[in-house]
Write a protein that binds this ligand. Structure first.
Ligand code: SF4
Length: 287
């Protein structure tokens, strides 16, 4: 008999897909698996606790121990939307290591939504490269449940993670994803200024250590592309010059297992609104 491992990200979408697996097979023989990046929003843990009570089952909480920026520091560069080693070091690699260790055969269930078929091939081939592993997407099981994941979670009597009502498009890394765009960071500054300043200080530390003009973000204004530090972005925002930014660039990570896409817009945030768009639906983000 195949062992079942269900990836749980801390967002609503993966919770709904995990629930489908448990409804079909029950908790026996099913492992619920979560990767803690150590920079998660506090309310994510409350959500995991609520899910454990609903499912009557503990979620295996794995932790590398480093933060996303500590991973980059050890590798000697600053992460960007193009290159974010934290995705692998803090999530994918931990998951693959556990897959290699556990008895086979194993079926892995990933929490992408049914409309994200275009993003399903890469994780499937990545995990199925481990002998004895098969990947499934419960969102594609018939009949499909097309209700918004937020509504489904509320129907369980569980309050979704506060990140959504605060205007974030996913519940990864406390809203401070290194693959996110300027609008997401601007929103973080608005909602969690201390969290923003912490990442700003970390970025400055990395720049000093590397001795290079590098940054997480890019400034594409004026027809050229230059590094844009979180400090510079904060100064611009605080001078109310967001209209100088280069457009609606929400960005996000593509971490395992999937971003959450059926979230309400952040249009009530005055800074975010200045970008002229709600958070990008797919967040290209994650775990
Ligand atoms: S959510 Fe973003 S910052 Fe966090 S591990 Fe994934 S890519 Fe890195």
């Amino acid at each position: 008999m195949s062992i079942r491992i269900v990836s749980v990200s801390g967002g609503v979408q993966s919770a709904v897909q995990a629930d489908r697996v448990l409804q079909r097979y029950g908790p026996k023989g099913t492992t619920l698996w979560f990767a803690d990046t150590t920079v998660e929003d506090e309310d994510l843990y409350r959500f995991l606790d609520d899910l454990e009570r609903r499912w009557g089952k503990r979620i295996l909480r794995r932790r590398d121990g480093r933060t996303p920026l500590q991973v980059s520091e050890e590798m000697g560069f600053i992460p960007t939307h193009r290159k974010a080693p934290c995705t692998f070091a803090l999530k994918v690699d931990l998951f693959v290591a556990d897959l290699k260790r556990c008895p086979k055969p194993v079926t892995v269930y990933l929490g992408m939504a049914w409309w994200e078929r275009h993003r399903m091939d890469t994780p499937k081939s990545r995990y199925e490269a481990v002998p004895g592993v098969t990947v499934e997407y419960p969102a594609l099981w018939q009949p499909m449940d097309r209700r918004p994941a937020l509504d489904v979670v509320r129907s369980w009597g569980i309050e979704p993670p506060r990140a959504y009502s605060l205007g974030f498009s996913h519940n990864n890394c406390g809203g401070a994803c290194v693959r996110a765009g300027q609008a997401t960071w601007a929103h973080l500054l608005q909602v969690f200024p201390d969290r923003y300043r912490h990442h700003e200080d970390q970025e400055q530390h990395l720049r000093t250590r590397l001795g290079k003009n590098v940054a997480i973000l890019r400034d594409r204004s004026g027809g050229t592309t230059r590094p844009l530090t979180l400090r510079t972005l904060r100064h611009r925002l605080q001078r109310r010059t967001v209209e100088e930014q280069d457009g609606p660039d929400w960005g996000g990570c593509g971490c395992l297992p999937a971003p959450d896409t059926d979230v309400p817009p952040a249009s009530e945030d005055p800074i975010a609104s200045a970008f002229g768009a709600a958070p990008r639906g797919d967040a290209e983000a994650g775990t």
